[in-house]
Design a protein around this ligand. Structure first.
Ligand SMILES: NC(=O)c1ccc[n+]([C@@H]2O[C@H](COP(=O)([O-])OP(=O)(O)OC[C@H]3O[C@@H](n4cnc5c(N)ncnc54)[C@H](OP(=O)(O)O)[C@@H]3O)[C@@H](O)[C@H]2O)c1
Length: 291
């Protein structure tokens, strides 16, 4: 299949570039400089240039706190631009793969969220991502939405890189331990998406939504500890409550995703986040790519 990956310079977009050679599909990549998805005419022109079979949308406004003061742009990228992609995909009979977030939930659960659970985003980012999901779910585009959580990768910006920088600068850090979710290696999400491409009969001609993250749970505090351990960073980490670390955007206290549907439909096992985390470091030893 001919695949177009939009948002190719982000964490996930870069992971698709890294793994494309392991796939039999023909990949093309485009970044924001060459395709701004908020511009409908640009989207239509770009997509009609080549006959792609699938558009994978990795582009998103992902600055969770900034979104609180930048609502228009967050919705322009995460909702309105998704509508442009949906229209273009319908017009040119292409399938659309899109990504969403655990932040569509309010975090009041004490068991993993399934695809059927009620959404109630707490902040602008989560609301804009939910609005993007709705654009797709209310359309008749042949599509797949993968909701994921706490992405990290060698590329772009993420919690892991912030921790490594801060941990090297400071003797002590306070990290919240009452927000629980699952760190997810963006490489695993990209690989899972390839599995979905290979098994496209399961979702094509529908609007399917699945949860995908690594297995297991962690707090940000535990994740930071694991990072410092691997990096041999001698920074004391103190667990604190979210209310002791006010942020512009409120985040869910619990946003673990239930992946049962994904595992059963695509017949795959998903690695535990600690195993993927170790693999990430194993790979780093050979590529020396971190920071
Ligand atoms: N990161 C996470 O922890 C996380 C968690 C759950 C879900 N997700 C979802 O997973 C997906 C991938 O996330 P990610 O971490 O790879 O995001 P990312 O690293 O922030 O990358 C997003 C990419 O989108 C591009 N972009 C922004 N506005 C654009 C526009 N108008 N037109 C074209 N491209 C545009 C950005 O370009 P610039 O850098 O030039 O702005 C960037 O390259 C997103 O849908 C995100 O909502 C992420």
């Amino acid at each position: 299949m001919k695949i177009l990956v939009i948002g190719s310079q982000g964490q996930l977009g870069n992971e698709f570039q890294a793994i494309q050679s392991s796939s039999s599909h023909d990949f093309s990549f485009v970044d924001q400089d060459n395709l701004n998805i908020t511009k409908e005419a640009e989207v239509q022109n770009y997509i009609q240039k080549a006959s792609f079979d699938v558009v994978i949308n990795c582009a998103a406004y992902t600055a969770v706190d900034d979104a609180e003061e930048d609502e228009d742009l967050a919705f322009a990228v995460n909702e309105k631009a998704v509508k442009h992609l949906v229209n273009a995909c319908i017009k040119h009979r292409m399938k659309l793969i899109h990504f969403s977030t655990d932040y569509v939930f309010d975090g009041q659960h004490h068991k993993p969220y399934t695809e059927k659970d009620k959404v109630k985003p707490l902040g602008v980012y989560g609301k804009s991502k939910r609005a993007g999901e709705e654009v797709i779910l209310k359309s008749n585009v042949s599509s797949l939405i993968l909701r994921t959580s706490w992405l990290y990768s060698h590329y772009g910006q993420n919690f892991m890189k912030s921790m490594i920088r801060l941990g090297r600068e400071r003797e002590q850090l306070q990290i919240v331990f009452d927000q629980v979710g699952t760190p997810t290696h963006a490489r695993d999400l990209a690989q899972a998406t390839l599995t979905c491409l290979d098994q496209h009969k399961i979702w094509e001609n529908q609007q399917k939504l699945y949860h995908f993250s690594n297995e297991g749970v962690s707090s940000w505090f535990d994740f930071a500890k694991a990072i410092f351990d691997k990096e041999h960073i001698d920074c004391r980490v103190q667990p604190i409550l979210s209310k002791e670390y006010p942020t512009k955007a409120q985040r869910p206290h619990y946003s673990v995703l239930d992946k049962s549907q994904f595992k059963s439909d695509f017949k795959v096992e998903i690695p535990h986040w600690l195993d993927s985390f170790r693999n990430y470091y194993q790979e780093s030893l050979t590529t020396a790519k971190i920071l």
